[in-house]
Design a protein around this ligand. Structure first.
Ligand SMILES: [Zn+2]
Length: 135
């Protein structure tokens, strides 16, 4: 993991903003090459490596959605799915649960199946209602 992806304050470079906007503007599951071609029309000097690096950075940060298709090609989409969500049983407030490599673990548990998308629902009590319950 590089330094840039570990720091808490994350700033988008103009190239990264363009990659993000391009992915979000499409309703398709685009490959890195698709995104590169679209971005290059607006920013002719951008390299494929820059687009590819930014796609993976945005995916790791949960700003875009990425998965491997049945041919093993990584595809990206601008609509973000949280692979896990925590919901408080009392107040109904939901919070995303960030599980690294959740999709890969699900795929590993399902040999010979092709997983495109997986989701985990977690229910319990939020800090506010968890405290009340113990009194
Ligand atoms: Zn609650």
């Amino acid at each position: 993991m590089n330094y840039e992806s570990r720091i808490m304050v994350f700033r988008h470079t103009p190239q990264r903003m363009l990659v993000l906007r391009t992915v979000k503007a499409s309703r398709q599951f685009q490959t890195a090459v698709d995104v590169f071609r679209a971005v290059k029309q607006q920013f002719p000097r951008i390299g494929f490596a820059t687009v590819y690096r930014n796609l993976n950075l945005l995916r790791n940060r949960g700003e875009i959605f990425g998965f491997k298709d049945k041919d093993g090609v990584r595809r990206f989409a601008g609509f973000v799915f949280h692979s896990a969500t925590f919901t408080c049983e009392r107040c109904g407030r939901a919070a995303p649960v960030n599980l690294k490599r959740f999709d890969e673990q699900v795929q590993a548990a399902l040999p010979r199946r092709t997983v495109y998308f997986s989701r985990l629902e977690v229910r319990g009590l939020c800090p506010e209602h968890g405290r009340l319950a113990t009194k």
